[in-house]
Design a protein around this ligand. Sequence first.
Ligand code: FAD
Length: 488
Amino acid sequence: MTSRDGYQWTESSGLVKGVPSIGVIQPPTNIKDEQAIYDVIVVGAGYCGLTAARDAALSGLKVLLLEARDRIGGRSWSSNIEGYPFELGGTWVSWGQPHVWREISRYDMRNELEISHDYSRGVNHFSLNSASGSRNMSHEDEDRLMESALNKFANVDGQHGRTVMPFPHSESYSPEAAKYDKMSVADRMEQIKDDLSPDEHTVLLGFVLLCSCSTPEKTSFYEYLHWWALCNYSYEYCIEYLIKYKFKGGQSSFAINFFKEACATGRLSYAFNTPVATIKDNGSDVQVTARDGKIYKAARLISAIPMNILKDVAFSPALIPGKLDASNREHVNKCVKIHAEVRDRDLRSWSGITYPNNSLMYAIGDGTTPSGNTHIVAFGGSHNNIQPEKDINKTMQALQTLTPMDIERVVFHNWADDEFAKGAWFFSPPGLVTEHLEDLRAPQGNMYFANSDWAVGWRSFIDGAIEEGTRAALAVKRDIDRTRFAHL
Ligand code: FAD
């Protein structure tokens, strides 16, 4: 099936909107009784909503899943084009991520992973393009340079941040760490600028801004330290956990298992192509109205929609001020992720950073397509003015600036312009997490709020989405049981 989301360009077809995905659900609804009253309505079928719907249905609750798009997966989905899965959103997973690994293990998908990079053949080098010129170096030299720069950046305590954030999966961050949320990446760069070589300066910003896909001024230093702590305070584990292991069949081959398991309970109703417009908690039940005017009712609601668009749904009673403020301020990640299928086989072992003089700043050889071409994945932030669907030629120029390549196909999803995400993975501006994490996590009456954007552990990741979906389903089940069995 072809989703409305995503774009593909080839010389013969030009730019075409919509790409095929096994995550597209047909028929789009299985609702039989329009008047049914559910135990819980879950809004959003990303990993968080899928987990919440599945767990709630498994626990015996009658569930309705409403999703605006024509597919599951939200910000993590893959398109299978000519036998090759291009990841349009979330991609890499790892056994260092506890919730995602439990699911990979549960669905017996441990052997479905592969390694993104392959340095066994081809050019086997890293290209560094900075303001002062460009040169290639070995991947060993790349690692040494990165490690040195990242260690200096995180070394706020003489122990590479270990004493500042000793429990990265803990909700109660230490007052010691909270002060770093007042700092931006630009502030931290200013503190260490005399310790950095020009190359360290370039790769550091290339890497840190790959994490946020924003500017140094808008990127919270605290949030970066949180990622660093999750990655065992080391560059080696940043690579291991963030950018190494992916599904051979693409993310949608993973997400579909959640959906199928929920369906198999016989307790899941669903409707895709159903953007929710209003959510009203009447005290005794919750009423959801879709944009097409259809009304759905349940005892409880789980909103699994992202932070940047919470403000676009009319909640009654209104969202508490902290939730609304966070949604209005928005997280800063406006990533544009571009896939290029290129005829140059030797680029399989290439990676590169071009900063600051290009709208795409980081790219790696990520796979080999069935026809033997190399798959390159590149990242840029839309603050750099990259709008691939508006100017595909400019986008291809940006790819060529990373390294010369013979492009056969380009595939992408512009998350910045996506009305149901308004951004890519969560990355906070200074202050937002310490001010509003608790607000974002708080339930309001019969309405529960869950999303990767406010997970406590791997916030911003698929793991965090599953953490949150698990939390919400359990809270709703306990709440409903408390009401049902109050007389016992
Ligand atoms: P979402 O996936 O955003 O799900 C929310 C759902 O709600 C969506 O399906 C949306 O359509 C729906 N929705 C929104 N509004 C409405 C409405 N009004 N009515 C009905 N439905 C609505 N994570 C990793 O772990 N590894 C990676 O390598 C990685 N790379 C990434 C690369 C990119 C380009 C992006 C965008 C993300 C990446 N992430 C990665 C992050 C990861 O994809 C997300 O954190 C995770 O998928 C979020 O899941 P979620 O369910 O919390 O939210």
